[in-house]
Write a protein that binds this ligand. Structure first.
Ligand code: GLN
Length: 189
């Protein structure tokens, strides 16, 4: 059976994730309320603006339900979503769900070169990655597994059932990363 995977649809680029999930063989569902969360086996938190997302999560009373969800089910955070999953956020210090033992620094690549398409190394193979005002992962906890690197820094990390990418895998045709998350959701459910 196809797993049902939610995409947090409060703000940011959630539609591209829905298409990527469909390509990876999952049923994609918009998540806007705690009730929606109860309907899904895993969740993607998309890119966007993490400060705005935090405000909306607060307004919708979704922050705690989301943390509770992440204690039981897999979450994949991309870009702003990665910032929300981390245990420590720098530049500036910011509240987060703390579901992964990671330190991330927001807007880490500077103003001039803040968005680019780059070649990364994905488990020993080349892949293309789109970075948009991306954060950098400055520390990975002992249970984290680095799956991809760019300029020798981690850009895709897995820890138990969760996963984060500092880039936008939903914006390239390469389905490998969404497929991996769909697999994780299948295993967990
Ligand atoms: N710069 C954004 C933030 O700090 C993240 C950018 C993105 O998600 N593309 O929240």
């Amino acid at each position: 059976m196809e797993p049902r995977i939610g995409v947090l649809a409060l703000q940011g680029d959630f539609e591209a994730h829905q298409h990527a999930l469909a390509r990876a063989g999952a049923e994609a569902i918009d998540v806007r309320t705690a009730d929606d969360l109860n309907q899904v086996d895993g969740l993607i938190i998309p890119g966007g603006e993490s400060t705005t997302m935090l405000k909306l999560l607060d307004m919708e009373n979704l922050f705690e339900p989301l943390r509770e969800f992440g204690r039981k089910k897999p979450i994949f955070g991309t870009c702003a979503g990665a910032i929300l999953l981390a245990s420590e956020v720098l530049n500036p210090l910011q509240e987060s769900l703390g579901l992964m033992d990671l330190t991330v620094e927001r807007n880490a690549y500077g103003r001039q070169i803040d968005s680019r398409i780059a070649q990364i190394e994905l488990q020993g193979e080349p892949a293309e990655a789109v970075f948009i005002r991306a954060p950098a992962i400055r520390r990975v906890g002992p249970d984290g597994k680095v799956l991809a690197k760019y300029q020798n820094s981690p850009v895709l990390v897995e820890q138990g059932k969760h996963m984060v990418a500092t880039f936008h895998p939903e914006l390239t045709d390469d389905a490998r990363i969404h497929e991996r998350f769909v697999e994780k959701v299948k295993q967990a459910s």
